[in-house]
Ligand binder design. Structure first.
Ligand code: ZN
Length: 195
């Protein structure tokens, strides 16, 4: 069996038997994007657990590449810290840009490397990753606000003319705090701004 055939088999296996497909009851991250060119739709939900991807599910429809990529992504990022997840997103997107490099960390996802030769299909392969990528920064900001003991959130409230947007931001951060995104009482004393 050639490498291409092996890769094809990996993709079809994830398409036929998607891992982590379904919905979470109380996701911290819940985001959906579509790739209108191909008709792919991917929703990714993540439940955080102490700064890690505690649980992750995807749902949606579309071509084998989009669905297999989402399935493999959920397997890869489960249990990872958010920083690790960001690093893996970066690696995967670099691979899909055709950048040379060692992509061993992406495991099964290396099966999609050949897709980088087909520009139209790249969007299929990267869809789930863009969904996740867009959800992560907000989660990181929440964690930073929690680290700062809510100081960041408090700062955001009295901004003159900040209006509804600032208030909404503060609400969001407070809500995330309440959800126990970080363990209560585990407050950083040294408080480095970019943990
Ligand atoms: Zn597609």
């Amino acid at each position: 069996m050639s490498l291409d055939e092996l890769y094809q088999e990996v993709i079809m296996d994830h398409y036929a038997r998607p891992r982590n497909k379904g919905r979470l009851e109380h996701p911290d991250i819940d985001r959906e994007l579509a790739n209108p060119v191909c008709g792919d739709v991917i929703r990714v939900q993540v439940a955080l657990d102490g700064g890690r991807v505690g649980d992750v599910r995807f749902s949606g429809k579309g071509c084998s590449i989009s669905q297999a990529s989402a399935s493999m992504m959920t397997e890869l990022i489960k249990g990872r810290t958010l920083d690790e997840a960001r690093g893996l997103i970066e690696r995967f997107l670099a691979m899909m840009k055709g950048e040379p490099g060692d992509y061993g960390a992406l495991r099964d996802l290396q099966a999609l490397q050949g897709v980088s030769r087909y520009p139209v299909r790249i969007k299929c392969a990267t869809l789930a990753w863009h969904v996740l990528e867009g959800g992560l920064p907000a989660a990181a900001a929440d964690a930073a606000a929690a680290d700062a003991g809510g100081a960041a959130a408090a700062d955001a409230v009295p901004v003159e003319g900040g209006g509804a947007a600032a208030a909404a931001d503060a609400d969001g951060a407070a809500a995330a705090d309440a959800n126990g995104a970080t363990a209560p009482g585990k407050r950083k004393i040294h408080g480095s701004p970019e943990r």
